[in-house]
Design a protein around this ligand. Structure first.
Ligand code: ADP
Length: 174
């Protein structure tokens, strides 16, 4: 059964007024195309500065890891940047790493007392992860986390493409 705290939207994640949106970032937190580019563009240059500071301190952000910044000009309060795996055929631990990106994002949210979180479809754009399998992993990982943690009040899967929206609708039984 689907957790009542899970919601599904076909929308632009930068428009959401949640506590935190998750960015599908790269290991250098440099911005780029896709959702990452859209978030940086809408948040403004302060986000790039915060990301650069994190990279100065840490060197890089590993695949599966998650870090927090403020949200600049966005209507949300925080951005959780996580790095999804690049799909290279499925034999390089991609499934576990994708699950870890969702888990670590939620763990960070919990630690920071963030109650509402919106996820894009991590790794399913330029990184090439098969959409159906990525959605199954995302839903499973989020459900597992919510089962164990009462502090998160809402998780929204935000799809930007209709194909992904229909996949999630089916998996979530909505
Ligand atoms: P990755 O490099 O992790 O594959 P992409 O940004 O290329 O990241 O794609 C991840 C997902 O984000 C894709 O499903 C893409 O359709 C979606 N996406 C792109 N722009 C937005 C946006 N503004 N809001 C929500 N999702 C978006």
């Amino acid at each position: 059964m689907t957790d009542a705290r899970i919601e599904l939207l076909l929308d632009d994640i930068t428009s959401l007024k949640v506590d935190a949106i998750v960015n599908a970032a790269n290991t250098q937190l440099k911005g780029g195309g896709g959702v990452d580019g859209a978030i940086h563009k809408a948040a403004g240059p302060i986000l790039y500065e915060e990301c650069s500071k994190i990279i100065e301190e840490k060197g890089s952000c590993s695949v599966g890891e998650a870090v927090l910044t403020s949200a600049g000009n966005l209507p949300c309060k925080h951005i959780i940047h996580t790095v999804g795996p690049i799909w290279t055929g499925g034999t390089n631990n991609e499934e576990k790493l994708l699950a870890r990106a969702y888990f670590n994002s939620l763990l960070l949210a919990k630690e920071k007392k963030i109650k509402t979180v919106a996820f894009p479809n991590i790794s399913t754009g330029v990184y090439g992860f098969p959409k159906q399998r990525a959605a199954e992993i995302a839903v499973q990982e989020v459900k597992n986390f919510l089962d164990m943690n009462a502090s998160i009040e809402k998780v929204i899967f935000v799809c930007f493409e209709e194909a992904n929206y229909l996949i999630y609708k089916n998996i979530l039984g909505m």
